[in-house]
Write a protein that binds this ligand. Sequence first.
Ligand code: LLP
Length: 435
Amino acid sequence: MTSPGPWPLTAERDDGGVLRVGGVAMTELARSHGTPLWVVDEADLRERCRRYRDGFPGVEVAYASKAWCTIGVLQVVDQEGLLIDVVSGGELHTALVAGVDPANIVLHGNNKSLDELDRALEVGVGRIVVDSFEELERLEKLAADRDTVATVWLRITPGIDAHTHDYVRTGHDDSKFGFTLSLGLADRAVITARDLAHVDVVGIHAHIGSQIFGTDPFVANAEVALDLLARWRDELGITLTELNLGGGMGIRYTHEDHPVEVARYGEAVLRAVDDRCARLDLPRPRLVVEPGRAIVGPSTLTLYEVGTIKVLPGLRTYVSVDGGMSDNIRPALYDAQHEVALANRSGADEPISTTVVGKHCESGDLVREHAALPSDVAVGDLLAVAATGAYTESMASNYNRLPRPAAVLVRDGEVRTIIRRETLDDLVARDVPLP
Ligand code: LLP
């Protein structure tokens, strides 16, 4: 369990084989906070923020909070100097409660409600990313009513097909997001916006998808966006000075994943930007990148306890844990593979192939298929599942009425709760019984 693997940066095994993160033993955490538990390595989270800032000099980094939007995480990321990107009134509210300066907030979304847009104008978010013609109209009216001007980026769909899971591709032409470039919609949007008195388009936004490995699609995205800025300048006389290149860099979920280091990613994108700008005689725009997964994903592991083990001779061994698809839908939804390891001891040297499953009433409730676990894995053992900081808590549900887990931040032997465990009473708190 030595880095660089899919485990948080401070993860290590002590002499007794117990997994420790942030100087805290997983056995101790299971005793004090129960399982399932999200364990966030604060040092790792801060380090990922810094690597982005260092890897993209002169570029603003916006954390895509959809990856994990909880107050404690936003506070840490905000302290590290990142902007916060939100996509709903709920995420916006969370960021405001976390104390984020509204000027450092970016609001996204392909179908923002009037209330969401109006709230964004009311608090003065830094940028609104306009995604449709209806939204241009709505913003014009709302901003006029407030006697203000909405400062926006236009989200364009650049026609880049990043090779990733279908559900997390956004850059190809047939997407529900943005104004499709190849269909002339982006041109129409910028021309429409030019006549609006209360909407000020200052830049464009282009995000091509998520869990992408390699730098080529990001470079291509930057080039397409810069070409567009130059063409609008030349053909329409419209000069936009800001460019948000989106997020999407992949992370390591297992030892087989080999994402690009942030430094190399930044270097490749910035070199391409500068080359293209020189060729187009365009000053380098104010650049923003927008990672979510790469900031928070690797920082966290989920700690579970093994409850039952079912050996089906000649078929497989099912190892069941006390959570599952309600706290991590990713294996069921995207066939995601997260590495699994024993957390309370090293276990026997001989690994066996197991199928780690959750406790939900569904066969698709997988934690990890083909998980290599020590052959003596036993009921009562603790299992750690790697890289669960992104899109797990934020996509969690109460399926089968499981209370959602707690989350703790660990650093230098200190434990701080950032989400308390849901209670059984929480589960029925919104139910309204019939008289
Ligand atoms: N910017 C925009 C406009 C986005 O739509 C997204 C992700 C991001 C930034 C951040 O992308 P990241 O750096 O995290 O890849 N639930 C899926 C991922 C959905 C991504 C949605 N948009 C998963 O668990 O893999």
